[in-house]
Design a protein around this ligand. Sequence first.
Ligand code: C2E
Ligand code: MG
Ligand code: MG
Ligand code: MG
Length: 273
Amino acid sequence: RAKYEGKNRYRFFEKSMNEDLAQKMLLQNSLRNALERNEFVLYYQPEVDTFSKSIYGFEALIRWISPEHGFVSPLKFIHILEETGMIVEVGKWVFKNACEFARKINIDEANRIIVSINVSPIQLMHNDFVEDVKDIIASTEISPELIGFEITETALMESFAENIDKLYKLRALGVMIILDDFGTGYSSLNYLRKMPIDILKIDKSFVDDLNSEEGKPLAESIVALAHSIGLKVVAEGVETEDQFNILQKYKCDLIQGYLISKPVPQEETLKLF
Ligand code: C2E
Ligand code: MG
Ligand code: MG
Ligand code: MG
């Protein structure tokens, strides 16, 4: 009897592995046509100034609405785009659309609104990346000062020197560099000093930890550290008033999270302007 169960369990396990792989291949196949079939959309999530509460900018977050698979989270498909190299084309699409959005919302010269996009390490490492960015800036006629690139520490650590060199080139175009999910990677303070960054984005896990006494000093120190080297700080994933108030006390410059707004479709965002 035990043997029978054991064998059954093994077969169950094997089956679920195959299903995962099959599911992944199905997604991969559908993704090949997703761009030309216009199945991607960008949602935008605001970032507000902690003190004035005015809108500082928006982060573009990709969504895939597939006729076969329904609404698929980027956590499920970005890595497939990366593995297949499709992220390069999709990333260009994201950037171009985000630039067009940035033009539409920046109607008031006196009140600049920044639009940031997430950049995968595969995109950054691609030979044409800087040229492509330059071309899209030119064709969309966007002021590069209105654009931010979000890059994670982990993305930078591989081929560090080469990536840093690219970031300097990007920054020379006038765009801002944002270090995303800060605190989750392995970069030491020594590396931080060498990165050409403008904004540090504290990972949601630190914001979650504000609910405990041990978590507070860590968040407070990250804000102080960022300020001491001249960086602005955003906190991501802020969900409660309590978290907001603590971050305000620590002088965190910008707040993003469900407390302010979830990511919303472009059309809805445009209605604000
Ligand atoms: P990320 O850049 O760190 O984005 C933050 C994620 O947290 C987003 O998930 C956002 O919807 C979610 N979020 C924001 N505020 C809250 C909150 O208060 N509570 C909770 N629970 N979640 C919150 P999303 O949109 O599912 O994106 C997941 C990740 O996928 C992003 O993490 C980013 O790494 C990647 N991604 C999204 N869009 C793109 C894209 O256009 N290009 C690339 N390369 N990656 C993208
Ligand atoms: Mg991001
Ligand atoms: Mg993030
Ligand atoms: Mg994150």
